[in-house]
Design a protein around this ligand. Structure first.
Ligand code: FSO
Ligand code: SF4
Length: 552
């Protein structure tokens, strides 16, 4: 076996990628990512001890968040960037060690908290294969719980990072990351202790999503329902893919008056709904669907391309000389726009120059996609929604948030959207929506039958709307609401969203296209028992239960 990774929904044979990742990750990248996670646990072991003395360090906290985000699926495939981060991790770990001081005699310092390696990439890789990857934990149930916790934290770290670049942070979440990561180094930890940490993680996932919601709405205003054009205009163009709204804002400012049109791709679609972004007339439209179609789509987009977060795939020769990365995203050989120092904006001049060089794009016809139904916009029509529920025009809300992926079984979500009766409203967020957001689903008394709250990063809006409905209807239990869940998942941010839903008390969440490979049979059974978690089956079989027509 060359590698072992099962952190995303596309793990080979729904078991694990063992020779090369379905995502394109090879053995070297897999091992470097394992080493980075291992060292991050070591940093957190010291940081957690420092926290017990009331000492924290913003630099240490930030690095842990950044390192975790870097290890999320489809963020980086660049060994040089990972090796640099591994070296930096050792420096940060020394800082955390100094803050914590020396442990008392008799305290065993875990290997992750002291291992130095050799600064030689191949030697480091040997370490990954032998000692520190997923399989280093022999007990399959403990392994499963540790990895579930790790992936929830990775997803939350992505959200915390997005909030932090906008100047918002929550020390309690970062302190939990340290505590949880340090706990994963324990060889004597029990399943019950890990389950407790997983539930605690769910609460911090809610806080992370709320933090990001506050950061986004403070900086960019509350999203407004917006019909986004899918046409391409004549003139040079830049396509932005990823989730980072701050990068987009800076790019819009730097391209103002240049004649360049800026388009969104995949999860950047909801950017069009934010007042502080939509005010730029050259935020011209949206191009393309979910991340996994990028190799064809990017070939067909003639302009310059920027990836600011996942999901990046191997660039084709036909467009790699007009593709740029920034932030933690990386692919060897692609031009990378560096992070600025001292809070300055990023310098997008190379990307802008490339767009100009490539010249005018060919204008195309297009339709529109409506987005922007985040919590404020939905609350603005709350009276209408409540009336529609009370008089029976709306019978069910079906939350179909999450991520999209390549597996053909994901047609379930398109088929479900088509099969839902006309008195059902879909609440969505994340790239899962590209399976059904161009269907003509109509409206119920002016309320669209598909309300798109935004990115997976905006899932807080969906929880908020459900909690508001609970208030309005005076429901004793959130599960008494006419709400059901059919969540598509792909990577670790979706794990964070799932843990958040469980922490909020939602039961009976349907997950697809498969239950995670990292859930051992015993752990899966435990989650089914505690939360009534289910795998999707077929639309025919699931529809009556989703519509609340049969008890399940
Ligand atoms: Fe999708 Fe990728 Fe947004 Fe993920 S583009 S899959 S859960 O990174 O974050 O929904
Ligand atoms: Fe496989 Fe997913 Fe891991 Fe990539 S991230 S190696 S596709 S399990």
């Amino acid at each position: 076996m060359d590698m072992y990774c099962f952190q995303c929904q596309e793990a080979a044979r729904n078991t694990a990628c063992t020779s090369v990742g379905v995502c394109g990750k090879d053995e070297e990248i897999s091992d470097l990512l394992d080493i980075l996670v291992y060292l991050t646990k070591g940093i957190s072991w010291w940081a957690n001890r420092a926290a017990e003395k009331g000492i924290a360090d913003a630099g240490v906290d930030t690095f842990v968040v950044e390192a975790l985000f870097t290890t999320v699926t489809n963020v980086t495939f660049d060994p040089a960037a990972l090796i640099a981060m591994i070296e930096q991790a050792k420096v940060v770990r020394a800082t955390a060690h100094a803050l914590a001081g020396e442990p008392a005699a008799g305290v065993t310092i875990p290997d992750a908290a002291r291992w130095e390696g050799t600064h030689d990439e191949r030697a480091m890789i040997g370490k990954a294969e032998s000692l520190i990857g997923v399989l280093a934990e022999d007990n399959v149930d403990i392994r499963s719980l540790k990895e579930l916790l790790a992936y929830g934290i990775k997803g939350a770290a992505a959200y915390v990072h997005h909030a932090s670049v906008l100047g918002h942070s929550n020390r309690k979440i970062e302190a939990f990351f340290h505590k949880a990561l340090a706990s994963m180094l324990r060889t004597d930890i029990t399943g019950d202790e890990l389950l407790g940490l997983i539930l605690e993680c769910g609460n911090h996932c809610v806080s992370a999503l709320e933090l990001l919601d506050t950061a986004n709405t403070t900086r960019f205003g509350h999203p407004e329902a917006t019909a986004v054009s899918t046409a391409i205009k004549a003139g040079p163009g830049i396509l932005v893919s990823g989730h980072d709204l701050k990068d987009l804002q800076e790019l819009l400012e730097q391209t103002a008056g240049t004649g360049i049109n800026v388009y969104t791709h995949c999860e950047m679609l909801p950017a069009h709904a934010y007042p502080e972004l939509k005010k730029h007339p050259h935020l011209a439209g949206h191009f393309g669907g979910a991340w996994h179609a990028q190799q064809t789509e990017l070939e067909n987009f003639g302009g310059a391309i920027l990836f600011n977060t996942n999901c990046i795939q191997k660039p084709k020769d036909s467009y790699k000389n007009r593709m740029f990365t920034t932030g933690f995203v990386g692919w060897p050989g692609l031009a990378h726009i560096a992070d600025p120092h001292h809070g300055k904006p990023k310098d997008f001049s190379a990307l802008i120059a490339r767009a100009k060089e490539l010249g005018s794009l060919k204008a195309t016809q297009g339709g529109t996609i409506t987005t922007g139904f985040a919590r404020n916009q939905v609350m603005a029509v709350a009276g209408k929604v409540v009336d529609a529920v009370k008089n029976g025009d709306i019978r069910r809300f079906v939350v179909m948030a999450g991520c999209d992926g390549r597996q053909p079984e994901r047609s379930y979500f398109t088929d479900l959207a088509k099969a839902l009766p006309k008195d059902a409203v879909i609440l969505t967020a994340g790239c899962a929506k590209f399976r059904y957001n161009q269907l003509e689903l109509g409206d119920i008394g002016g309320i669209p039958r598909m309300l798109d709250a935004g990115q997976c990063n905006d899932s807080y809006s969906l929880a908020y709307i459900a909690l508001q409905l609970k208030e309005v209807f005076g429901a004793a239990d959130i599960n008494d609401l006419p709400v059901d869940f059919a969540i598509g998942w792909y990577e670790q941010k979706a794990v964070c969203v799932l843990l958040a839903l469980l922490a909020l008390g939602f039961k009976g969440v349907r997950l697809g296209p498969t239950l995670p490979a990292f859930l051992s049979p015993n752990v899966a059974a435990k989650l089914v028992e505690a939360f009534d978690l289910k795998a999707i089956t077929t639309v025919e079989a699931d529809l009556p239960a989703i519509m609340g027509e049969v008890a399940v």
